[in-house]
Design a protein. Structure first.
Length: 384
């Protein structure tokens, strides 16, 4: 990253931690063999995968290494979870429950399932982005084969009441999938404590490399592979990205020791940034649940502006208008419209996200530059 750019888009992706890079490097240059090969070099690569699986298992509180399936990222993990469980249920006209604010990788699969003749219920959320567990319960039918709810929203940061939802899922005997790509870097993830059957994580959201993730699949969960082969316990074919999974594990190992202090510091910087922006632009307001939101997330609406124009006018500040995966679309964010925001306000919303390498000076400079651009591009109307 250019040192002249203030990076405040950590929810889109994070830089690779130097400690992670150091752990990965030998698997590019020395231990590069195929881990499925039977010779010594292959066994060394396989040892790296085995240790990475052990670390991921420990991080998630999983009981078996075979419950960890390495994937190319969260999108593939979500695809495997939804398609795999629906295909594995062995029922016609299956029913899936999700929410209106899920990541596009989940909602896109739901569209595919609908086109294939299945039924999908997208449960509404309130103004803060919370889903009511009672609405989940009301949506369950005898045909329901999966509930999928993201742990924390990627745009407004709201953390969902996963424990209450998982209790309902267990009561009705319905498998429960949680997309934890955004939350793994900020909150404790224990699959038994959460009560989940499937859970998605992504390396590049936690200072690991892009192109690798994992899906936790509780032992006994019926799931059909989408790529047929022998790797990953038969659930994900293809040669394992050895350096990638080693990097994922290294990133999680750092989180295990540093997350608590990191979350406190990041949350304080986020609150400082919000206060500075609102002091400069009093009409601005913050989105998401005040007491249950990712510490680094700041979704802020500045009425009367066009967020895309603000982003374009700030080449030295990396911020976004919402999910990076939705970039380039003229339509306002589906998350913001789902929480009841008028389209004009949705288009006036910026997402700034703070992370491991954000400094107080970054927050001060970013707030000043955003405010200056807003006042220049969208000066207040003058009375006649």
């Amino acid at each position: 990253m250019n040192n002249d750019v203030i990076y405040l888009d950590y929810q889109a992706t994070t830089p690779v931690d130097p400690r992670v890079l150091a752990a990965m490097r030998p698997y590019w240059t020395e231990r590069y063999a195929n881990p499925s090969s039977g010779h010594r070099a292959g066994r060394e690569a396989a040892d790296g995968v085995r240790e990475a699986r052990r670390i991921v298992q420990s991080f998630l509180g999983a009981r078996r290494g075979t419950e960890i399936v390495f994937t190319s990222g969260a999108t593939e993990a979500n695809h495997l979870a939804l398609h795999g469980v629906v295909d594995g249920s062995g029922r016609a006209g299956r029913h899936v429950i999700t929410t209106a604010i899920e990541h596009g990788s989940v909602l896109g699969v739901c569209d595919q399932l609908t086109a294939a003749g299945h039924h999908v219920t997208r449960v509404r959320v309130d103004r803060n982005g919370f889903v009511d567990p009672g609405d989940i319960a009301a949506a369950i039918t005898p045909r329901t084969v999966l509930i999928s709810v993201m742990h924390a929203n990627n745009e407004i940061g709201t953390i969902q009441p996963i424990g209450a939802i998982s209790a309902l899922a267990r009561e009705h005997g319905v498998p429960f999938h949680v997309d934890a790509a955004q939350s793994a870097g900020a909150v404790d993830i224990d699959v038994d404590a959460l009560g989940v059957d499937l859970l998605t994580i992504s390396a590049h959201k936690v200072y690991g490399p892009k192109g690798v993730g994992a899906l936790y699949v509780r032992h006994g969960t019926a799931i059909t592979p989408q790529f047929v082969g022998t790797q990953e316990h038969g659930l994900r074919a293809g040669t394992v990205n050895v350096a990638g999974v080693v990097g994922l594990a290294a990133a999680l190992r750092v989180l295990t020791t540093e997350r608590a202090g990191e979350v406190s510091r990041i949350g304080a910087l986020r609150d400082d940034l919000a206060a500075r922006l609102r002091q400069d632009m009093p009409a601005a307001f913050v989105n998401g649940a005040p007491g249950s939101r990712l510490p680094g997330n700041l979704s802020i609406t500045i009425p009367g502006t066009e967020a895309a124009d603000v982003v374009d006018a700030l080449p030295d500040v990396a911020i976004s208008t919402g999910s990076a995966c939705a970039g380039g679309h003229a339509e306002p964010s589906h998350v913001l419209t789902a929480i009841g925001m008028p389209r004009a306000q949705a288009r006036a919303t910026l997402r700034l996200s703070i992370g491991r390498y954000t400094r107080k000076s970054d927050v001060e400079q970013a707030a000043s530059r955003v405010g200056a651009v807003v006042h220049r591009l969208f000066p207040p109307a003058r009375s006649a």
